[in-house]
Design a protein around this ligand. Structure first.
Ligand code: NAD
Length: 462
């Protein structure tokens, strides 16, 4: 168990380093981002192996969803950072003339980044890109559920960055995080994880009035209307659901398909699963496992909540659960009330699109929503009727890979956003400054107020 004094030493060293101003310049931030990129290249094999050991992730999947993803984020940030750092010029109202107004983007200071286990590398280091770009110091807390990845992350950081700038702390979240958040006033906490722990983080942050970003979960629906291209919908949904064995925060949680298209859709998904993983996915090198026994047990329970259309096999010793399609689930079953976070896909139907918002509303504020439709009016209807974090039309998951759009939740799926410029905004303070002249001093704002002064006020501030 790491003593509080170790955390205190890291925190004090980071505070001194930040206050020295060392992290502020563009050249420093650019150098650190390039260093991070180089570190990921040097550690690529070790990261890939660790992800296989922890989650049985195939190397192609590890590259696409974790390592390559991070490279893209770093490249995008390096290409735009100079522009983002420049103060924004904004207009000044007549009443404050003659003046100039600017928005400066100030570093926040000391940041704490807490990551989950499902994309354990990317979800630890992608927020770090924002923290570096914003000119901050950072303490990273990987998930204890993926010990190999957590160790590799620590080794990478230790080899490439001084602890006074970026440090990694290990251990169980309920032990380590309170030690950090109760005793030290961080300038920002960036948390990715479950809703219950998100609430604990927010309560802990309140003690020091520390701002938080909460990237949480929820039940993300996949809606398919009668105009959709079913073959493409099925391939994309099968890929997005079964990648990482369903342990993806934005995985399609359940499908809501127009009743006339259900059978054809199910056949297409079954075909896509066979194409991806063969007749027996348990021997496919590309199909991952549940992270631990606890998650295996939780997901296995769902297999009895409905009628199995496809899959349903489970092997406890391997933490394997087959890609599974479920029919006849009840809205009262836990599977329709909890985030599934595993390779089990309930298929529900609707008759009229107008029924969909109420069905989705039983689990409000999904982190993502996916709508498959070739009808523009239907697309507008869904986009303008349901509140959700973000999503895709005619695809799944791909919105995550575009750093030009924000990624984040709404309501219970979290608040704040990141990726690209949105990470920079999250990890900086927008400081508004009005700079005025001393050559003249318009007197009408000063007491004693007179009728004439009031008349001027009304003239300028109409
Ligand atoms: P979790 O909330 O159990 O753990 C996340 C982190 O919090 C870990 O580092 C853990 O050590 C720490 N932690 C655990 N208990 C704690 C406590 N009592 N106090 C302080 N810290 C604590 O989440 P998880 O099981 O690792 O991840 C799965 C969840 O994360 C799912 O709900 C999923 O939807 C969500 N998630 C969201 C996103 C997103 O981007 N929105 C991405 C991935 C996962």
């Amino acid at each position: 168990m790491v003593a509080n004094s170790t955390y205190s030493a890291i925190f004090t060293a980071q505070k001194q380093f930040f206050e020295s101003g060392a992290t502020r310049s563009y050249s420093f931030r650019k150098k650190q981002l390039k260093k991070l990129k180089q570190a990921v290249e040097v550690y690529e094999d070790r990261i890939t192996q660790a992800l296989y050991d922890d989650l049985h992730k195939a190397s192609a999947e590890a590259y696409a969803t974790e390592i390559g993803f991070l490279h893209e984020e770093i490249n995008y940030t390096l290409n735009h950072l100079k522009d983002w750092m420049r103060p924004d010029k904004v207009r000044t109202p007549l009443v404050a003339q003659p003046s100039k107004s600017r928005i400066y983007h100030d570093p926040l200071g000391l940041t704490l980044i807490i990551a989950p286990w499902n994309y354990p590398f990317q979800l630890l280091f992608s927020p770090l890109v924002g923290a570096i770009a914003g000119g901050n110091c950072a303490i990273l807390k990987p998930s204890e559920e993926v010990p190999q990845t957590a160790l590799v992350a620590e080794a990478l950081v230790k080899e490439f960055f001084p602890e006074e700038y970026i440090a990694v702390v290990q251990g169980q979240g309920h032990v380590v995080v309170p030690k950090l958040m109760d005793h030290f006033a961080f300038d920002h906490v960036f948390f990715t994880g479950s809703v219950p722990v998100g609430k604990i983080i927010m309560a802990a942050a309140a003690k020091h009035l520390t701002p938080v970003t909460l990237e949480l979960g929820g039940k993300s629906p996949c809606i398919i209307d009668e105009t959709a291209d079913l073959e493409k919908a099925a391939s994309r949904i099968a890929w997005g659901k079964f990648v990482n064995a369903g342990q993806t925060c934005v995985a399609p949680d359940y499908v809501l398909v127009h009743h006339s298209k259900k059978e054809e859709f199910v056949q297409n998904v079954a075909e896509a699963i066979r194409k991806f993983y063969g007749d027996d996915p348990s021997i496919s090198p590309d199909y991952p496992r549940m992270v631990n026994k606890k998650r295996f047990d939780a997901v296995v329970k769902y297999l009895s909540q409905g009628r199995i259309l496809l899959g349903g096999q489970a092997k406890e010793e391997e933490k394997y659960i087959a890609p599974t399609l479920l029919d006849e689930v009840s809205p009262d079953d836990p599977i329709m009330q909890e985030e599934i976070f595993g390779p089990v896909l309930p298929i529900l139907t609707f008759d009229k699109l107008q029924e969909v918002p109420a069905i989705v509303g039983k689990n409000p504020y999904p982190l993502a929503l996916y709508f498959f439709s070739d009808d523009n009016r239907n697309q507008d209807y869904i986009l303008n009727t349901i509140r959700f974090g973000g999503g895709c039309i005619n695809d799944v998951l791909m919105h995550l890979g575009n750093p030009a759009i924000p990624f984040g939740g709404i309501g219970t799926s979290g608040f704040g956003a990141y990726h690209g410029k949105y990470s920079f905004d999250t990890f900086t303070h927008a400081k508004g400054i009005l700079k005025t002249t001393t050559l003249l001093d318009i007197p009408f704002r000063y007491p004693p107020y007179t009728e004439k002064k009031e008349k001027y006020m009304k003239m300028f501030m109409k």
